[in-house]
Design a protein around this ligand. Structure first.
Ligand SMILES: N[C@@H](CCC(=O)N[C@@H](CS)C(=O)NCC(=O)O)C(=O)O
Length: 216
């Protein structure tokens, strides 16, 4: 059953960071009002949006008086407030979930996004490509992160057999590598299987996952 939480999400259908939050909301079964900010048209630069987020980026979650930016902060907030089985209630497990969210923000999404921008966004939209050195560093750093994930994924999900909101973030980031030179099930079999497991969940379709990974 879909519980109407009265929240509003400023999002863009092709945004990887907004996708993480849409996935989390779908996993939690929470209804919300989506407000589309078309980044390809520069709508994030409008003054009205800047009053909500001076950083002029999506996603932003409005929940009553709270306007919260940073996808993984939003996810931790949703976990705390609505998490039920998707967010640990034991401090050590919650710390582990946060560890993965910080890992995603620092070591996964920025590098996977650069590769996705190069392979998918720039060719499909004509937006400017990234410098070769930037893509090389992104590739090297994403490789290190994939090696770590491969070594640490012991079970179906990051927190073992139980799916958590941390999987929404890491799964969204990994989906950006589909079809790239890092989409290598020979080298990272557990990671690729994990990514496909997340993509096969109802939440993926509900959140419009393919609109991000393939700009579909
Ligand atoms: N660390 C932020 C990154 C937010 C971000 O970079 N959002 C992108 C879309 S995925 C954006 O709004 N870009 C527009 C711009 O930078 O002008 C988060 O996790 O939410």
């Amino acid at each position: 059953m879909r519980y109407c939480a009265g929240m509003r999400l400023y999002t863009f259908r092709h945004s990887p960071n907004a996708l993480k939050v849409r996935l989390a909301l779908a996993e939690l079964g929470l209804a919300y009002e989506p407000v589309e900010i078309d980044l390809f048209r520069g709508e994030q630069r409008a003054e009205a949006f800047a009053r909500l987020n001076p950083h002029r980026k999506v996603p932003v979650l409005e929940d009553g008086p709270l306007a919260l930016r940073e996808s993984n902060a939003i996810i931790a907030y949703l976990g705390r407030t609505h998490g039920t089985t998707r967010w640990p209630d034991v401090a050590t497990s919650e710390a582990r979930a946060l560890q993965w969210l910080f890992f995603d923000s620092a070591h996964l999404t920025p590098h996977c996004s650069a590769i996705w921008w190069t392979n998918v966004v720039a060719p499909k939209t004509g937006l400017p490509a990234l410098a070769e050195a930037v893509v090389k560093r992104a590739s090297d750093e994403a490789t290190r992160s994939l090696d770590l994930l491969e070594a640490e994924l012991e079970d179906q999900y990051l927190l073992k057999s139980s799916m958590s909101l941390a999987d929404c973030s890491v799964g969204a980031a990994l989906s950006l590598l589909r079809g790239s030179h890092l989409d290598d099930a020979g080298r990272w079999p557990k990671v690729i299987a994990y990514r496909e497991r997340l993509r096969s969940r109802d939440s993926w379709a509900e959140a419009g996952g393919d609109a991000v990974s393939d700009l579909g």
